[in-house]
Design a protein around this ligand. Sequence first.
Ligand code: SAM
Length: 267
Amino acid sequence: MSNKVHLGHTARKRFGQNFLTDENVINRIVGAISPDNDHVMVEIGPGLAALTEPVATSIDKLIVVELDKDLVERLQEHPVLKDKLEIHQGDALKFDFNQLVREDKQMKVFGNLPYNISTPLMFHLFEFAEHIENMHFMLQKEVVLRLSAAPGTKAYGRLTVMAQYHCQVMPVLEVPPGCFTPPPKVDSAVVRLVPYKNKPWPCKDVELLRNLTTTAFNMRRKTLRNNLKQMLSDEDFAQLGIDPTLRPEQIRVDQYVAMANHVFDKK
Ligand code: SAM
């Protein structure tokens, strides 16, 4: 059993609870987040406050979104933090981050994310990208490699294209399992995501880009022509200057955007 007790709390596997315990790693992450009062500071999954405490004590207010009611209660009763925190109990996947936008301030969002929901959570957050200055997330190392992958590599996929469409992606540091209680079964890494204020390749319909990348990467070993035949003809590929015999991982982000815009214009 990996349900270790830490600070009197039994880690809940279903909530992806692996608590950070390494002071050095905590300090480095807080340094990367660079908390300030000029932004709306938001933490997802504060847990036992490993990151929450150093961040909240250095600013006026920290907003946290936590699913586990027991952990919410602990935070509400925390002698130092209770006056510093605005606590939202609930599922970050369903949370409307627009409600946190205040006085035109941009958000800085961070968290040691529950790994079982990290990909859908990032897709959810991309919807609020225009209100976000930056995001710092602890993720499975493999997910950080996917976020930052280059075309032509095995890690390059739908998540890469959508993340790099919305954000600049910068790996920050790698974190071994021993830095958590209980230790996760996989290596972890921290990534910084900085949403573009002006997108290098603007897309006319982001939902369409999402659908197109999902369809394109459905069968990685097949050609673009094969995967996208319902959406684009050989003539379309010729107009776009994209070779339809390439595989989905060989196509750059700007080319995916060009394909989505082409489909949009044909409608
Ligand atoms: N931030 C703490 C740390 O670094 O030690 C805890 C990190 S732990 C990996 C993930 C945290 O996210 C837990 O506190 C868990 O209860 C919370 N959590 C899990 N699923 C969630 C969800 N859907 N929405 C919000 N919080 C969630």
